[in-house]
Design a protein around this ligand. Structure first.
Ligand SMILES: [Zn+2]
Ligand SMILES: [Zn+2]
Length: 262
């Protein structure tokens, strides 16, 4: 038998402290009713920012969970690291070696933006993140960078980064545009609430797990498809279908109230 040697590097006391702190934060984000922080860049017009926020609110109300949404808008607290929404974009672009364009200006690699959320000092008060921007996005897929993405959601952390750029340029009708953006955020925050569950009927795997009913949680692969789905659901007055509402009901009592803050 070949000898295999696995060497563990002992952690320094500082690293141990950091590890413990990161575990504490994740434990709170996963099992407690932490707030949802909402922010957007300055180039997201206010009507579209309102529509996005309405989508987050739709999903929260449907979840029945007692969480706060903290709306930071495009507010800047200063020019340094993590102090304003633009910093998350500029810092990512600065470190992004690959320049990729797919018809809507230089793309931002969403995974790299996500990294800043994992590391930001504001997570000392653990919270979920929703970031809306007006810049075309891409992300790392199995075979390299994808052509483009609407957005990226990590439902474990949980954090979501969404772009309105393609909806803005392809949908001239304001009402439809706002409805589509609202649905986009409703859908992504739906994922943060763990929709849809994998052990129920009427689901499919299409770039992640999605609902196949007439429902916000259907996957839309293009702007045209997204528009069609948005109109269809509006006509029927449906946000989340009955299957998805049942999933949300199962999640509802899973979370603990926040321990009182020191
Ligand atoms: Zn989805
Ligand atoms: Zn559904």
């Amino acid at each position: 038998m070949k000898e295999v040697s696995i060497r563990f590097l002992p952690l320094t006391p500082e690293q141990e402290v950091l590890n413990r702190e990161m575990t504490r934060r994740q434990e709170l984000r996963s099992n407690y009713l932490v707030p949802i922080y909402f922010m957007h860049t300055k180039n997201v017009p206010s009507a579209e920012a309102q529509a996005a926020l309405a989508g987050v609110t739709d999903a929260l109300l449907a979840s029945g969970q007692n969480r706060k949404i903290v709306n930071f808008g495009s507010q800047a607290f200063g020019q340094g690291p993590y102090l304003n929404p633009e910093w998350y974009v500029e810092e990512t672009l600065k470190k992004q070696k690959l320049q990729k364009v797919a018809g809507y200006g230089q793309q931002l690699i969403a995974n790299n933006v996500m990294q800043h959320f994992y590391q930001e000092p504001w997570q000392k008060q653990p919270h979920w993140e929703v970031f809306v921007l007006n810049r075309d996005l891409t992300a790392w897929g199995r075979d390299g960078l994808l052509n483009y993405i609407f957005g990226l959601t990590n439902s474990e952390f949980a954090a979501s980064i969404q772009s309105i750029t393609r909806i803005m340029s392809e949908i001239p009708t304001e009402d439809l545009r706002k409805a589509m953006i609202r649905r986009l955020l409703r859908h992504e925050v739906g994922h943060m609430f763990k929709l849809p569950h994998s052990n129920r009927p009427n689901i499919e795997i299409k770039l992640g797990l999605h609902c196949t009913n007439i429902c916000t949680m259907r996957q839309g692969m293009s702007i045209t498809e997204w528009a069609k789905q948005t109109i269809e659901e509006a006509k029927r007055g449906i946000h989340f279908c009955e299957d998805c509402q049942r999933d949300l009901a199962q999640e509802r009592n899973r979370f603990n109230p926040l321990p009182s803050q020191r």
